[in-house]
Design a protein around this ligand. Structure first.
Ligand SMILES: Nc1ncnc2c1ncn2[C@@H]1O[C@H](COP(=O)(O)OP(=O)(O)O)[C@@H](O)[C@H]1O
Ligand SMILES: [Mg+2]
Length: 313
């Protein structure tokens, strides 16, 4: 269980370095308290800049909280340094929007990297990496390099690497945001089966309500660094209590029903002297195309093949 109590994080602005005062710091998180239970797939949602990444980076101490407490299985971690810090990070795998793979290493050596830096014997590193590549469904790509893989395949490699140390928790920061819809579905199914079969607690940062509805049993909503709502995913999305959640839901509906959005944006656009395309469709279309391309290029026909069948989705 991860318990976060009264967590705040400020980033010192350049002005704060010369003229320190409470006003010159930038508050990314204010007094956030929440509990993530073992086995949860816990969603953290909110608009851009809400503090989602900062919150997750505080959980594995990539960022040090300014104040407040975080405990993992009852142990306060905020003061961890040295060996304890390394052990904490090893117990929490992390994946990112743009995969963050080592371009000069093969798929196999990307996945074995966390074990290599612990100076495990080469044979052990390789056999564990092969086992993990089988688990995520791309064992046949072990000798390929990241640039030769589709976005979905690269994210599978990143997931395999994040699992190398048998983590109890996996932190996913916008892990499907650079992927198209079908590939997103296959990656979510993989995460779901990792949660169900390996018992890994998963924390999912996303701005997509479709992602949270599909995979998260509980969610928390952040707005300008504050926790404004949390609860069972369905309850929160069906009966939102905060203005920020209602706005996220409204924005999501606009994205899901572009025709209606075009119509209403068209009216707004006409008033503002724009076409409906300029007002609504075009910007979103360009963003979607960029998203589909992912970080490193083309998709292969095998990309949507699921490694983990039988996930309850
Ligand atoms: N390293 C940093 N230095 C200064 N400000 C930061 C840093 N990281 C994040 N911030 C600020 O903290 C706020 C929250 O950022 P972030 O956690 O990345 O939001 P989100 O992930 O929800 O988009 C933003 O205003 C952002 O500019
Ligand atoms: Mg972020």
């Amino acid at each position: 269980m991860i318990q976060i109590e009264h967590l705040s994080k400020s980033f010192a602005s350049p002005a704060a370095r010369t003229h320190p005062s409470p006003e010159t710091g930038q508050h990314a998180l204010h007094d956030v308290s929440l509990t993530i239970e073992d086995g949860d797939i816990f969603g953290i949602i909110g608009s851009s800049g809400a503090g989602k990444s900062t919150l997750v980076r505080c959980i594995n101490l990539l960022e040090r909280p300014t104040s407040g407490h975080i405990s993992v299985d009852g142990r306060e971690i905020t003061g961890y340094k040295g060996r304890q810090l390394l052990q904490l990070r090893a117990s929490m795998g992390m994946i990112f929007q743009h995969f963050s793979l080592f371009q000069q290493r093969s798929v196999l050596r990307n996945v074995s990297f966390p074990l290599e830096i612990q100076r495990k014997p080469r044979r052990v590193c390789e056999s564990r990496a092969i086992e993990l590549l089988e688990l995520v469904g791309i064992a046949e790509k072990e000798q390929a390099y990241p640039s030769q893989l589709s976005g979905g395949q690269q994210q599978r490699v990143a997931i395999a690497r994040a699992l190398a140390n048998n983590p109890r928790v996996m932190l996913c920061d916008e892990a499907t945001s650079a992927l198209d819809t079908a590939t997103t579905a296959s990656i979510l199914e993989l995460l779901h089966s990792i949660n169900a079969e390996l018992g890994v607690t998963i924390i999912v940062i996303t701005h997509s309500l479709a992602v949270t509805e599909r995979i998260c049993n509980r969610i928390a909503v952040l707005d300008k660094g504050r926790l404004v709502e949390q609860g069972a995913t369905r309850e929160v999305l069906r009966n939102p209590q905060s203005q920020a959640t209602r706005e996220l839901i409204a924005a999501d509906r606009v994205a899901a029903f572009p025709a209606a959005a075009c119509e209403s944006a068209g009216k707004a656009g006409e008033r503002a002297g724009k076409t409906a395309d300029e007002a609504a469709g075009k910007d979103r279309g360009e963003a979607a195309t960029e998203g589909t391309r992912g970080a490193a290029g083309t998709r292969s026909p095998g990309d949507t093949g699921l490694a983990c069948k039988g996930a309850d989705l």
